[in-house]
Design a protein around this ligand. Structure first.
Ligand code: ADP
Ligand code: MG
Length: 728
C-alpha cells in the first residue's frame, strides 16, 4: 500500500496544468448547446414555437401533433451540432442524474437507415425504473415509472447526446424524482403569491421563485484520491491525522487560485457557458484546496437543473485535469466543510423582486408583507425546513463542531429588527391618520435607505436575509437543491394563503381598510415569529440553550431530523397544497432513511477494513522492527540494554495498546452492525446505525491516527492529510 501512496505523490508532483484555450468571448458561446428561445425560433414552425413558449410560461399542455413538429426541429438542431443520441434526463431520488441514451439512428430495411426522433419519444419514455429508489411506491401500486418532458427547462446537448429534462413519475402519478414536487411547489407559491400581490398591483399575473446557489467543493489530485480507499468509496477521509499546518494561517481564502485548479475552472466555465449555466464567480474557500463557484441566479427549476448538471460536469471536467472533485460536506476532519448556500427570492412578471424594498411606502408595504410572511413560514415550519437538508454527510456540519447549527433561525440585521419592533406597536384595529402618516414616513418609508447601507452579515445563521433575498446556508454541498427549494416554496405558499384569508377577514368583518388590515396581520405575525428570529452567534453554546427555551428543534442527526417529514403536520402541509400526497411523503422518508442506513453501513465497512487490513498490519510490521532493534541492543549490551532501548520498549507497548483497541472496537462495531441489520423497522434501524454503530468511528479513528504519529512514515500506507491537502 505504501508503494501506492508514494506512486500517487510522484504522479501528482509530475502533473502540469492543462492549457485551456479561450478564443471566443463567453457571451458569444453562452447557450450554444441549449435549445433556447432563439434556437427554437430558427428550428421550429411558428405553431410549434408558440406552443412551447405557452407551455414554458403558462404551463399549458402541448398537443401531440405539435409535439411531432417540435421533436423534428429539435432533432435537426441536435444533429447539426453533432449529437447522435437523445436521452430523457431526470433526477431520481439517488441524488444524482440519470440518463439512458437512445440513438437517433434507425434501420428502415433494405440495408438503409435514417435518423428518427418522434413526438412520442420527446414527450414520454419508460426507462426500466425498477432499480431506482421508490420507497415502496411501485410495489404498492404495481405500477411502472415513466419520464415526461418538462418544457420549462430547455433541452441541451451534453457531449454527443441531446438531453431532455423530464419528470419521473409512477403510472399512478406519484413522484419518483426531485423535480415533480418542486414543480408543484413552484406552482403553489406562484398562485398564492399572485393572490397576495393583487393587494398591491392588479397587473401581476405570475410570481417566480428564484434560486442562486453557491457551490463549494474540494479538488484533490485524482491519483492521491485513488490511493485512499475511504475517499474512493465514501467520498471522504475516515481517518488521517491533522497536518501540522491546516487552515489556521487563513492563507487560502480568496488567495491566488492554484494553476491546476485555475485551468480546471476555466475549462469548466467554458462548458458551463455552452450549456447556458450562467456561472459568474469563482474563488478559493477557507480550507486548503477548497473552492467555490456561483452563477447568476435563475428561475428555481432551471437553477436546480443547472446545479445537478454542473455537479456531473465537474466530475467530467475534473477527469481531464486529473482532479477529483469532492462534494462531500466534510471530506477532511479539522478543516472547514462544504455547503451550498441557496439564495432564494420571489419575483413578479412585472419585474419586481418581492424581497426587495421599493421606492414608495406602498411598495415597501409589499416588501414587508412578503418579508414577514417568509419569516413566519420558517418560524412555523422550522422542523420541516431542518428535515429538508438532513443527510448522513451533512450531519458532519450541522450540529457537529461546525456551522451552521442544526437549529433553524432567521437573521435579519439590526435595522430590520428595529422596523419589526416598531411595527409591533401598530394599533389594534383602525389606525388614526397620524399613525398612518407616521408609519409611512418613519417606518415603512425609511426602509430603502436603511437596506442600501445594510452590510450587516451574520455568517453563523442558517437562514439569513441579505438585502434582497434569503440565504439558506445549511444546505449540504452534495445535496440536490430541489429538496430545500420544494420545502421553502411550499411553506411560503401555505403562509401566503393563510395571510390572505386573515387580511380579507379583517377587511370584511372589521371593516378595515386594506393597508390597515395588512398592518394588523403583520403585527401579529411579528409577535408570533419571535422564536425563530435570532441575531446573535449561531455557533455559540448559549444559543443552543436559548433555542431550547424557545422550543426550537435542534436535531443533530438525520434519523432524528427526518421524522418531521412524516409528522401529521408535514403530511397535511404537502398534501393540502398538492405538492406531495401521503404516499409520496412517506416514500421519501423511507428512501432517505434507507440512504442514511446504507451510507453509515458502507462507512462502517470501509473503516473496519482499513483499520484491520491496512493499519494494523503496518503497525505490527513497525513493531517488529522495534523488537528486532531491542533484541539487537540486548545482544550488544546484555542486561544494560534498557538504558538504550527504553523508548523503543515504550513504543512497542504503545503500539500494542492501539492495536488492541482498534481490534476490539472493530469487533464490537461489527457486532452492532449485525444487530442493526436484523431490525425491520426503518427508523429503529437508522437509529441503531446512528447511535450504536457510528460512535465507533471516532474511537477507531483515534487509535489509527495515533499510530500514524508513531509508525515510520516510509511504510505508512495511507496518503496523509498534508499530502492530500497541500500537493498541488
Ligand atoms: P455572497 O453571498 O457570497 O456574498 P452574493 O450575495 O453576491 O454572494 O450572491 C450569491 C448568490 O446569490 C449568487 O448566485 C447570486 O446570483 C444570488 N442572488 C443574488 N440576488 C438574488 C436574488 N434576488 N434571488 C436569488 N438569488 C440571488
Ligand atoms: Mg452567500
Amino acid at each position: 500500500m505504501s508503494t501506492l501512496r508514494f506512486y500517487a505523490i510522484k504522479e501528482t508532483l509530475n502533473r502540469k496544468p492543462i492549457k485551456i484555450e479561450e478564443n471566443e468571448r463567453r457571451s458569444a458561446i453562452f447557450g450554444l448547446n441549449v435549445f433556447n428561445e432563439d434556437t427554437m425560433r430558427q428550428y421550429l414552425t411558428k405553431e410549434a414555437f408558440v406552443s412551447v413558449m405557452d407551455a414554458t410560461k403558462n404551463g399549458s399542455k402541448i398537443d401531440r401533433h405539435v409535439a411531432d413538429h417540435i421533436s423534428t426541429g429539435m432533432k435537426e438542431w441536435a444533429i447539426s451540432k453533432g449529437a447522435t443520441h437523445y436521452t430523457h434526463w431526470f433526477q431520481p431520488l439517488t441524488g444524482t442524474t440519470a440518463e439512458k441514451h437512445d440513438a437517433f439512428f434507425e434501420p428502415i430495411g433494405n440495408g438503409r437507415a435514417i435518423e428518427k426522433f418522434g413526438g412520442g419519444q420527446l414527450v414520454q419514455q419508460e426507462p426500466d425504473a425498477s432499480s431506482f429508489p421508490n420507497g415502496g411506491i411501485r410495489n404498492t401500486f404495481e405500477a411502472r415509472g415513466y419520464t415526461a418532458w418538462d418544457p420549462t427547462s430547455p433541452a441541451f446537448i451534453y457531449g454527443t447526446t441531446l438531453c431532455i429534462p423530464t419528470v419521473f413519475v409512477s403510472y399512478t402519478g406519484e413522484a419518483l424524482d426531485y423535480k415533480t414536487p418542486l414543480l408543484r411547489a413552484l406552482q403553489a407559491v406562484d398562485t398564492a403569491a399572485v393572490d397576495v400581490c393583487k393587494y398591491f398591483d392588479k397587473n401581476i399575473k405570475k410570481v417566480n421563485a428564484s434560486l442562486g446557489w453557491e457551490q463549494e467543493y474540494f479538488l484533490i489530485d485524482s491519483a492521491l484520491a485513488a490511493s485512499r480507499p475511504d475517499i474512493v468509496l465514501t467520498g471522504r477521509t475516515m481517518l488521517g491525522h491533522a497536518p501540522a499546518k491546516g487552515q489556521q494561517l487563513d492563507d487560502h481564502y480568496f488567495g491566488t487560485i492554484p494553476s491546476r485548479a485555475m485551468q480546471f475552472m476555466r475549462d469548466l466555465e467554458t462548458e458551463c457557458m455552452l450549456l447556458g449555466i450562467p456561472v459568474k464567480t469563482r474563488h478559493n474557500e477557507v480550507a486548503p484546496n477548497q473552492f467555490e463557484l456561483a452563477p447568476v441566479f435563475d428561475e428555481a427549476n432551471l437553477a436546480v437543473d443547472h446545479n445537478s448538471l454542473l455537479m456531473d460536469l465537474m466530475h467530467k471536467v475534473g477527469e481531464r485535469h486529473h482532479l477529483k472533485v469532492l462534494f462531500h460536506e466534510k471530506p477532511f476532519k479539522g478543516v472547514n466543510g462544504s455547503g451550498k448556500h441557496n439564495n432564494w427570492s420571489l419575483s413578479t412578471d412585472t419585474g419586481v423582486n418581492l424581497f426587495s424594498p421599493g421606492k414608495t411606502p406602498m411598495s415597501n408595504l409589499q416588501f414587508l408583507t412578503f418579508f414577514i410572511n417568509a419569516i413566519k413560514a420558517v418560524n412555523d415550519h422550522e422542523e420541516i425546513v431542518r428535515a429538508a437538508i438532513a443527510s448522513a454527510s451533512n450531519d458532519h456540519r450541522l450540529g457537529a463542531n461546525e456551522a451552521p447549527p442544526a437549529i433553524v433561525s432567521v437573521f435579519i440585521g439590526e435595522q430590520l429588527t428595529n422596523v419589526l419592533n416598531e411595527l409591533q406597536n401598530v394599533t389594534n384595529g383602525k389606525l388614526s391618520p397620524e399613525e398612518k402618516t407616521d408609519l409611512k414616513l418613519n417606518v415603512v418609508g425609511k426602509i430603502p435607505e436603511i437596506l442600501l447601507d445594510n452590510t450587516d452579515r451574520n455568517r453563523t445563521s442558517s437562514f439569513a436575509f441579505t438585502g434582497n433575498k434569503f440565504e439558506f446556508r445549511a444546505v449540504g454541498s452534495k445535496a440536490n437543491c430541489a429538496n430545500p427549494m420544494t420545502v421553502l416554496n411550499t411553506i411560503m405558499a401555505r403562509q401566503l394563503i393563510d395571510f390572505k384569508i386573515e387580511v380579507d377577514a379583517l377587511i370584511k368583518d372589521k371593516n378595515l381598510k386594506k393597508d390597515e388590515a395588512i398592518f394588523n396581520v403583520l403585527r401579529e405575525y411579528i409577535k408570533l415569529s419571535q422564536n425563530v428570529l435570532f441575531e446573535g452567534n449561531g455557533y455559540g453554546e448559549e444559543w443552543e440553550i436559548e433555542a431550547e427555551k424557545r422550543g426550537l428543534s435542534n436535531h443533530k442527526t438525520t434519523p432524528e431530523a427526518l421524522k418531521a417529514k412524516i409528522s401529521d403536520k408535514a403530511i397535511k402541509l404537502f398534501d393540502d397544497l398538492g405538492v406531495m400526497n401521503r404516499v409520496e411523503s412517506e416514500a421519501r422518508y423511507e428512501i432517505e432513511m434507507e440512504d442514511y442506513i446504507m451510507r453509515i453501513q458502507i462507512e462502517s465497512r470501509v473503516l473496519g477494513d482499513i483499520a484491520r487490513n491496512h493499519i494494523v498490519p503496518v503497525a505490527v510490521r513497525y513493531q517488529n522492527i522495534l523488537i528486532k532493534n531491542v533484541k539487537g541492543l540486548k545482544d550488544i549490551y546484555g542486561d544494560d540494554f534498557k538504558k538504550f532501548g527504553q523508548e523503543q520498549l515504550n513504543l512497542i507497548e504503545e503500539i500494542s495498546e492501539h492495536i488492541a483497541s482498534i481490534n476490539s472496537n472493530v469487533t464490537l462495531m461489527i457486532d452492532e452492525r449485525r444487530t442493526a441489520n436484523k431490525i425491520e423497522e426503518i427508523d429503529k434501524k437508522a437509529e441503531a446505525y446512528c447511535f450504536r454503530v457510528k460512535p465507533f468511528f471516532d474511537d477507531i479513528r483515534y487509535h489509527c491516527d495515533k499510530l500514524e504519529l508513531l509508525v515510520d512514515d516510509e511504510i505508512w500506507p495511507l496518503t496523509k492529510y498534508r499530502e492530500l491537502l497541500f500537493t498541488k
